[in-house]
Design a protein. Structure first.
Length: 426
């Protein structure tokens, strides 16, 4: 057994009784349902109109894709827009996906990942209303919220009403991590929010608009609410464009929600999703973050770490054709375990100990962080993930986890005040 995991396993074992109780409560509670299930709330907004839908493989109602459901209900889908990993969700992380005609539906799919990140006027010329239904995991560097921001801007630019179908956030029960310094803005972090922001994608959409983080920033808006929807009617110099968020059913920010379909190739299960906010920071180092293994973001390591640690070898797999350190024997951590135990082990906060320990044990510290060609702090990928250069410097300086966490608190408290204004769920 990996001795590095001993304290985590003990903590998880000590909470089995509480896990069992939480599971029992969850089983007797009302079923949490994404907004897509509440068809009567948004179908009137689509009827008789040509719809352009931003969707991927998890945009489903039970096991039926939303596109199929809408077509069966007589809705005209004139265009599909796809995010990172593509409309079918099969592309590797960062892999560029070309636009194409989907064989199953015969509908043109426009890729909005890569150089092109928002629809053009030509793309929406045959569209009357835009629809967004993408499952997020509540982490700043998971790029779907960046795609959402670009999509809202396109809707306003071309005066197309937008309907956002909300989905539960599996990491929606906590807020943690450094708040992004906008000097480090990139597609893996576009706004001054913490790594874990504790909002659904619908709530996040409202915050983008309400805080005027959407271009152009000169608009005004009014709010209208029903039991199942929240609409911001956005007015600029051109005209008023409504953005309507359709609410989830029976969801709260304490709901335990396991996704029915993996949201991307390298988040195959709830355990990966729970560890992802903490361990994705390894992407900005020379260490493997577990791509090319059965448990991405649960397994991390490098050939130069102590060989008494957990041993693994990243290999080419679906969703990770060329993983970091491919075919090299690595030593590090295996944090995989039952999802409910990991939920408790993560304990509602980023877990930095594995990153700090890895840096201390790594023999070539000058090469631990992936170096950019320019040498500028803003070009380090680690700093883009962290949202600042402070965390890297704290790790190099040997700052304790407690002191690192303390340094986040003023900005986190300010963000929590902003966040509170846009919450749709308790």
């Amino acid at each position: 057994m990996n001795i590095k995991l001993l304290s985590t396993i003990i903590a998880a074992c000590c909470t089995i009784f509480y896990t069992s109780n939480a599971q029992n409560k969850h089983k007797t509670a009302q079923t949490v349902l994404p907004a897509a299930h509440n068809i009567s709330a948004y179908l009137p907004l689509l009827k008789g109109k040509r719809v352009g839908i931003f969707a991927n493989h998890i945009s489903t109602i039970n096991s039926t894709h939303l596109v199929d459901t809408l077509q069966q209900l007589g809705i005209t889908i004139s265009k599909i827009f796809g995010p990172e990993h593509g409309f079918r969700g099969t592309a590797d992380a960062g892999e560029k996906v070309a636009s194409y005609t989907d064989k199953a539906t015969g509908i043109q799919v426009i890729s909005l990942y890569g150089k092109k990140r928002k629809p053009s006027a030509e793309d929406v010329a045959d569209v009357d209303v835009l629809l967004f239904d993408i499952q997020d995991v509540g982490v700043r560097f998971y790029t779907f919220i960046s795609s959402l921001e670009e999509f809202i801007e396109a809707a306003l630019s071309f005066q197309k009403p937008l309907v956002v179908l909300d989905r539960p956030n599996p990491n929606g029960h906590y807020i943690d991590g450094p708040v992004l310094d906008t000097a480090y803005k990139s597609f893996v972090g576009m706004q001054p929010v913490p790594i874990v922001y504790g909002m659904t994608i619908g709530e996040y959409a409202l915050m983008l608009i309400g805080e005027k983080w959407i271009k152009p920033k000169t608009y005004t808006y009014t709010t209208a609410k029903t039991a199942t929807t929240t609409t911001y009617a956005i007015s600029s110099t051109k005209q008023t464009t409504p953005v309507t968020v359709v609410h989830n059913s029976n969801y709260t920010h304490q709901s335990i929600y396991h996704l029915p379909v993996k949201p991307s190739p390298n988040l195959p299960h709830a355990t990966s999703i729970y560890w992802y906010p903490s361990t994705c920071l390894f992407e900005g180092t020379v260490l493997s973050e577990g791509r090319g293994t059965a448990h991405p973001f649960c397994i991390m390591g490098h050939p130069m770490l102590p060989n008494a640690w957990y041993a693994f070898t990243p290999v080419s797999r679906d969703g990770a054709k060329e993983p970091k350190l491919k075919n090299q024997l690595c030593y590090g951590y295996n944090l995989y375990g039952p999802a409910d135990s990991v939920y408790l082990a993560v304990n509602g906060q980023l877990q930095l100990r594995y990153l700090l320990e890895s840096y201390q044990a790594f023999p070539q510290k000058d090469s631990f962080f992936l170096h950019p060609k320019s040498g500028k702090p803003t070009d380090y990928f680690f700093n883009k993930l962290a949202g600042n250069s402070t965390l890297m410097q704290q790790i190099i300086n040997g700052t304790s986890e407690a002191d690192i966490r303390k340094s986040w608190q003023p900005a986190l408290n300010a963000f929590k005040t902003i966040r509170r204004k846009y919450l749709l769920y308790p």
